[in-house]
Design a protein around this ligand. Structure first.
Ligand code: GMT
Length: 388
């Protein structure tokens, strides 16, 4: 198939999922066209069967707010026509599904068919989408999409309850490439690689996010402060965003900054994650929690929160430990219990990888997207909307 993909190309879970999906689809022989305002950051260096189309947004002095959604709709329609796309897949409803709806209408008027699938990721439903200024148009675009998928059951139920959406929503969970996200097989090699981050015998805790308030990065620092009082450890923070500076200040105030590595945005997190003993994800809300899955695939259990779709991913006590948001002391105690009981931690590490392989590998999940695309396309054909 020839598939157009639109996502936020910057650091963020929905962009990561969209990009990895495009890469997997291209590897399976499909032609993938990314349409966005800049190149998705994980695309670098992998281009077979993948094309990127930038959306130029001109800023006329009259426009206090440049209308990106309109420029995107125009580009979507152009790319679909020039490259004969079979389908558009937009990630994150706002404004992508609205732009796709416009592009579909533009092409319909020219006798062409362009079905589109909207994938709901999280804050497009739980936060931004609920804002009264976006709710009616977001609901309309979801309702009008040719197909809608959600990354967890939690998010599907939330969309039905909060948006009153009355159409089928297919749950297709996030996924990870289990051959790219792997543990380091050799213990000696892993110890050597950890040498850059920690001394022998020190624990390594990791956190990976876009440092937005919903991620509660300050809790990560506080949890680590309690852990490091009891045993030697290092904390590795991957990512960047609004709360980074506050986290740096807190680390200095608590006198633990020399044990914390702020690595900023990293392209190859698959090379860092396997070096961790535990992943910290104390988020206020996660519709899925992609970072936890990437950790699991690398044999890293999570200390996470029992929110949103996380319990659909992390099995409390088996592949990680779950707590309520803000339970910093309990999370620290959970870390200490696992780090001082290596046999239990090792069982959890094995279980985490097994669970990722059993339920969330790209090889299992990506075919579900392809089947869904085919189903959506056929539905349109049955309705008499044939490709020009
Ligand atoms: O919060 C983020 O990390 C970004 C956000 C997004 O939509 O870009 O993430 C959401 O989508 C991710 C990928 O599907 C999920 O793993 C995250 O749980 C979800 N974030 C929230 O629900 C807060």
């Amino acid at each position: 198939m020839r598939i157009g993909i639109t996502c936020y190309p910057t650091y963020g879970g929905s962009g990561v999922v969209a990009t990895e999906l495009g890469i997997e689809l291209a590897a399976l022989g499909h032609e993938v066209h990314f349409i966005s305002y800049s190149q998705p950051f994980r695309l670098n260096g992998r281009s077979d069967g993948i094309f990127y189309h930038e959306v130029p947004v001109s800023n006329y002095p009259l426009f206090e707010f440049p209308p990106y959604d309109l420029a995107l709709a125009s580009r979507m329609a152009e790319v679909a026509e020039f490259y004969d796309l079979d389908l558009l897949h937009v990630h994150y409803a706002i404004p992508h599904s609205v732009s796709a709806l416009l592009a579909r209408q533009m092409l319909e008027a020219r006798g062409r068919r362009l079905p589109f699938v909207t994938t709901l990721h999280g804050t497009d439903i739980t936060l931004v989408g609920l804002d009264r200024s976006y709710l009616p148009i977001t609901r309309h675009a979801i309702q009008e999409s040719d197909g809608v998928t959600s990354i967890s059951n939690y998010l599907k139920e939330k969309t039905i309850a909060d948006f009153g959406v009355q159409r089928p929503i297919e749950v297709i969970t996030n996924f990870v490439n289990c051959d790219v996200y792997t543990p380091v097989a050799d213990d000696a090699e892993r110890a050597r690689m950890r040498g850059h981050l920690a001394a022998p015998g020190e624990a390594v805790l990791m956190h990976l996010s876009n440092f937005r308030p919903v991620k509660r990065v300050l809790d990560v620092v506080k949890i680590f402060a309690s852990v490091v009082r009891e045993l030697p450890a290092q904390l590795v923070l991957i990512g960047d965003g609004p709360d980074r500076s506050a986290a740096e200040w807190l680390a200095h105030d608590l006198g633990i900054h020399t044990r914390i590595h702020f690595l900023g945005k990293q392209e190859r997190v698959n090379e860092l994650l396997p070096l961790a003993d535990l992943l910290l994800m104390p988020s206020q809300l996660e519709s899925f929690g992609l970072a936890a899955l990437e950790g699991m695939a690398c044999k890293v259990p999570s200390i996470a929160t029992r929110v949103g779709g996380v319990p659909e991913l992390v099995d409390d006590g088996l592949t990680g430990l779950l707590f309520e948001p803000g339970e910093v002391d309990l999370m620290a105690r959970g870390c200490l219990e696992l780090l001082s009981d290596r046999p239990r931690l090792n069982r959890m590490r094995e279980a985490a990888r097994q669970e990722a392989r059993k339920r969330f590998c790209a090889s299992l999940v990506v075919p579900r997207y392809i089947r869904y695309y085919e189903e959506v396309s056929k539905r349109g054909e049955r309705a008499g909307l044939t490709q020009a």
